[in-house]
Design a protein around this ligand. Structure first.
Ligand code: SF4
Ligand code: SF4
Length: 384
């Protein structure tokens, strides 16, 4: 039996948030069940892109502040991290996302350590019989004692819903996310990748969803804010998603992105095996994506073409390079030649470490396709 606590919370006012989150975590067993004094605790936020908090695309910065303060009160050290999406036009927006979302400011004020997954690099996790044989995921997870998942309650125009299970896709650093989208273009296959990621992470005992102001319509970035006034807490990410989906008025059979997690028993899905504490009634007039309401069958095979079209690769700009070798030493697969700084693309895993760590900004993201630059410029206008 899994348990999901649904706590009412009518604003992002700090004390209101803290009281609501505290009540919910108490009902889940109390902080001491999940965190010990002096532990390193990573808050895995949803930082999908450089979006301001009021757009409701990212975990709200005040929500991060509230959880962080409660974790810090347990004597733990707080880290806040993610890797933003950026497959389209090869942008590397994580750094900017921390700033624009307001999470960087909160972290500075509270003494939380920001972790840009694109900077710290990945580790290879062997998965044996799963969908992927292995996965490159951020190495920060293995350096933390505890990871707390802080998803945002949102609709998703392709996958219908995005929540606790999907939030871990950010564990894949850099542009490598595009490879998994390309190899698993439809929601059912992509759900296998998400289930793999959850199998690869062993120290994530708690999920706290920001549903105070959620996103409706064409999420995960182009929808509109919906005041839901809810915070969901669970040890079980799939059970949490099952309850959130019901509250949003989505038919659970239509969320194929979660079918792999259900089959592989990442958590509990059967509603009669989930104990709900609090008010999980259906939220009124929650707008769902058009693809859901109009039963549009999408041709997901085009995803591959779009990703190929916008493919970029890191290239060292020899004119700017000062030869410090920081990129060479940080590359997890030794793809950069120490003498020439040429990159072996057969080895490169698109993690973006070299691009993020070069203090001389000498690692460009380049494409042979001139349209990429145009689309990147246009896209950046919308990243506000
Ligand atoms: S980190 Fe930048 S400056 Fe240093 S060697 Fe690499 S490309 Fe050159
Ligand atoms: S060259 Fe190395 S550090 Fe740079 S993106 Fe490729 S794998 Fe990552």
């Amino acid at each position: 039996m899994s348990k999901v606590i649904v706590s009412n919370c009518d604003s992002y006012e700090l004390e209101t948030l803290k009281a609501s989150i505290q009540d919910a975590v108490d009902a889940a067993g109390g902080w001491e069940k999940f965190i010990q004094k002096d532990q390193k605790v990573l808050l895995k936020v949803n930082l999908i892109g450089p979006k301001k908090a009021e757009k409701a695309a990212t975990t709200n910065p005040e929500f991060v502040r509230a959880v962080g303060q409660l974790v810090k009160a347990q004597g733990a050290k707080v880290y806040v991290g993610d890797s933003s999406g950026g497959a389209i036009a090869g942008m590397a927006p994580t750094k900017k996302s921390f700033t624009v979302s307001g999470i960087e400011k909160v972290a500075d004020e509270e003494g939380f350590t920001i972790v840009n997954f694109d900077e710290v690099g990945p580790v290879l996790v062997e998965l044996n019989d799963n969908y992927n044989k292995d996965l490159y995921i951020t190495k920060i997870f293995s350096e933390m004692d505890v990871v707390i998942n802080l998803p945002k309650m949102k609709t998703h125009s392709m996958g219908i819903y995005t929540g606790a299970i999907k939030n871990l896709f950010g564990a894949i650093p850099g542009l490598r996310k595009a490879l998994y989208h390309k190899n698993a273009p439809n929601p059912t296959e992509f759900g296998e990748v998400l289930a793999d990621i959850h199998c690869a992470i062993e120290n994530m005992p708690l999920h706290i969803m920001d549903g105070v102001i959620s996103m409706q319509g064409e999420g995960p970035t182009a929808g509109t804010p919906y005041y839901a006034g809810k915070i969901l807490v669970s040890e079980d990410p799939l059970a949490l998603d099952r309850i959130a989906i019901g509250m949003m008025g989505i038919n659970p059979d239509r969320v194929s992105i979660l079918s792999a997690s259900i089959r592989r028993k990442i958590g509990e899905w059967s509603i009669d095996k989930i104990e709900v504490v609090g008010d999980a009634s259906v939220l009124e007039k929650y707008q769902l994506p058009k693809g859901y309401t109009q039963n549009i069958v999408k041709d997901h095979s085009k995803v591959k073409n779009v990703i190929d079209f916008f493919k970029v690769v890191p290239v060292v700009n020899q004119k700017k390079c000062i030869g410090c070798n920081s990129c060479v030493d940080s590359c997890p697969v030794e793809a950069i030649d120490r003498e020439t700084k040429l990159i072996n693309y057969d080895l490169c895993i698109d993690c973006l470490c070299c691009h993020e760590l070069c203090m001389s900004e000498a690692v460009d993201l380049k494409s042979n396709n001139k349209m990429v630059g145009v689309v990147r410029a246009i896209s950046s206008l919308f990243y506000k």
